[in-house]
Design a protein around this ligand. Structure first.
Ligand code: C5P
Length: 272
């Protein structure tokens, strides 16, 4: 059995304030790419995790891995006696603002729920997801939604205006710590999300650029591409994205950016 851990995109992210526990209050629109990491599982007596793929290196497959933490929580919560042999094909860069570990953990919850036949409903999976990280519940749904609170209070979001849009993700190869970026937030309330996504923003772009100035170059390269209609950073970066008018324009931008910046990672996809 397998599940795609779709890349998470924050189409907009407004930071509204900081809570006493250090977490930030957000208003964010989550959407998902058609592509992502791939998680496979087969039944086994024990739980195990093997990581392969282009970004496997440097990622621990130990008990601290979010996939195993998600699996153990599901096992405990539903009193499952079985294990699973899990293989994660890591195709998305690590610590890059597009879900990564959160999407993998969410995929593990969906996949093991099926493999073990335990039939946990969405509310139960979302409850476990919330205890694993602020982005994990949205990744469990893997469909457009509006996130408030820490980003884990979810409501449906009508993304029909952009569903299926050709999408390009670009990462300059710099891992960015989410906690560091949030710490650099200047404390200005980003205001409520407007109806029109084009006039929304990602309030983490400025603090992320302070941590990794190359993010400014990525945004400039995407904004210069013809047919790019929404250009923004996702999450706490460093991955930035553009939505395009057409696949041809997206593919042209991909080729131009690859020629100018051969070491940047790119993923040409569509908004799911
Ligand atoms: O929840 P998660 O483990 O993904 O968050 C990583 C870090 O990002 C947190 O430790 C916190 O520093 C920061 N964060 C935050 N406000 C949020 C979400 C995350 O400050 N709403």
């Amino acid at each position: 059995m397998e599940e795609i851990a779709r890349a998470k995109i924050n189409l907009a992210l407004h930071v509204r304030g900081r809570e006493p526990d250090g977490y930030h209050r957000l208003e964010t629109v989550f959407a998902f790419a058609e592509h992502g990491d791939l998680l496979r599982a087969s039944e086994a007596a024990e739980l195990s995790l093997r990581i392969e793929g282009p970004f496997a290196e440097g990622l621990s497959a130990g008990e601290d891995n979010l996939v195993l933490r998600a699996a153990r929580k599901l096992q405990a919560r539903l009193q499952v006696g079985k294990g699973a042999a899990l293989t994660l094909n890591k195709r998305l860069p690590v610590a890059s603002g597009i879900g990564g570990g959160s999407a993998d953990a969410a995929a593990a919850l969906r996949l093991l729920n099926r493999l073990w036949g335990v039939g946990a409903g969405e509310p139960e999976l979302l409850g476990i997801a919330r205890s694993l990280g602020a982005d994990v519940p949205a990744c469990v749904l893997s469909r457009p939604c509006l996130g408030t609170g820490r980003g884990d209070d979810l409501a449906p979001y009508d993304a029909s205006a952009v569903t299926g849009a050709p999408l390009l993700l670009v990462n300059p190869g710099v891992a960015v710590s989410t906690a560091d970026v949030f710490r650099g937030w200047a404390g200005r309330d980003g205001g409520p999300l407007p109806e029109d996504l084009l006039s929304a923003h990602n309030d983490l772009e400025e603090p992320a650029k302070a941590v990794a100035p190359v993010i400014g170059d990525v945004l400039e390269a995407l904004a210069a591409a013809s047919g790019a209609r929404l250009v923004r950073m996702s999450g706490s970066g460093a991955t930035c994205f553009a939505l395009f008018e057409s696949e041809a324009e997206r593919d042209k931008a991909t080729a131009e950016i690859a020629a100018a910046h051969p070491h940047w990672w790119q993923l040409a996809s569509r908004l799911g």
